[in-house]
Design a protein around this ligand. Sequence first.
Ligand code: TEU
Ligand code: CA
Length: 557
Amino acid sequence: MEKKWWHKTVGYQIYPKSFQDTNGDGIGDLKGVIRHLDKIEKLGANVIWLCPVFASPMVDNGYDISDYMDIDPSFGTMEDMKELIEEAKKRGIRILMDLVVNHSSDRHAWFQAALKDPFGKYGKYYVFREGKDGKEPNNWRSIFGGSAWEKVPGYDNLYYLHIFTKEQPDLNWENQELREEIYEMILKWMDLGLGGFRLDAISHLKKNYQYTNLPPDGPDEYNMAFEYFNNVDGLADILREMKERTFAPTDALTIGEYDHMGPEDVEDVIGENGSFSSVFDFCHTLDNVRNPKWGNTVALFDDYRDQLFAAQKIVDGRGMLCNFLENHDKTRIIDRFLMPEDQNRYSEKMLPVTNFFLPGIVFLYQGQELGMRDNPKQSIQGFVDKPTFAIYDRLIAEGKTDAEALGQINRESREHSRTPMQWDASAEAGFTTGTPWFPVNKNYTELNYEAEEKDPDSLLWFYRKMVAVRRREDLEETFLYGMLIPEYETVSGVLAYRRKDEKNHILILTTSLADGMALPFADTIEEVILNNYDTCEAGEGTIRLQPYQCLVLKVKE
Ligand code: TEU
Ligand code: CA
């Protein structure tokens, strides 16, 4: 593998709206990100992925862009953005912006022009189609609920496509003129000195426009026709062109949000000449202890392990996955992976070690390093995200009671990850001097950055140590390019693997067992590199793992 700077990525994802408010309007902003750069540097991150900060009516918190060339005033100005890039650079940190080009906002000038003249130039930037038999062109369901088609105001039988909310019309990637506009926009942003991009919903750009209705798969008349708008044949050609026209001559880090990358896609997507540097590995994101399929920490952990190794096998050294546990679309990992009785100082440290030393780059999400938790609501009115209400309506239509629907949403909602960052024990966790746009989790008086900074045994300090291990000069090459050898694969409650090259042989051992366990052990330990306990109980032919222990060991060849 040809070596690249971004192979050393330890990324930190920021959801700016919830990170730090500096002007008292209750909304996080770019100045707030600048304020905390030293902390991100101290954690050891060298890349920041900034969720969208472009001009937006904020129907989807910035994933609905109304002007690609401007910063939303709620986040700050273009000057703030330039300052952030500069200040980050001083600390050895590069900024990735979030490129949302599957769709725009319905407030974008292109879409406004398209509505006025659906058959003119800008109509071809989007997907307008005639309805059938007095209904939508077909019965695709939007990912965020309801029909994927919305009627064009002022027309009897004309619709536009939106696979997310109706305020997020899909751009027409079949139109070369549209593609050119997007490429030009990307190049302009790159001129500012960005580290690269995270590419939103990028596996959806190509659609299979077969207008046959599919059998309804729910109480509504729609079908979640995912395979008609995800990873569709021909997608690779679009992505290759995008790369060639924009990133190719640079050393930008590009990470695709790519659902369902199959073995046959690896080469095209992240191979030597692939369209992106890396993709987020979603293999584990459906795992949830509160899902009856897993239901307990150990069952989930075993399944998670199998999926991690399967994903690595698919890639098979041909590229680098992006290993992560949390993001702004998922619940918090401690609540997702650990039953309440399994949550403690040891288990919360063990979780990130499970995938942090696998081949690939890594990403952490704001607050993960503090162990921030989900924030269940007493009523559906406590939520604010549009898709949440669509999910609620669907559950009610399926016959669930209000309590059941709320219960399910409290278990699964992506909104849990969007509560404000907990900086200290002062009012509103130090996030804002005003009223936060979304309530702070009440646990902030105990669980906050300042408290953990003062406690050398805290999760925050453990994350710092973990990052430092990955970066340790004598080990880094092994973690980046060493061989992966899964270990103890059939032992329930154990997730373990080796990383090996000519220089080092590292064994990573983690367990989800509340009582720990003894494992047969033939290795000779040279150094205990990372441990969530003070002791490592290795003896003649066995090692005793303590409850929820994690170990990174340097062993003899
Ligand atoms: O999420 C995209 C997304 O959820 C789909 O690409 C995914 O394939 C689907 O959910 C099935 O798992 C991104 C952002 O991360 C999210 O916050 C936005 O709301 C969404 O795009 C729309 O821009
Ligand atoms: Ca603000």
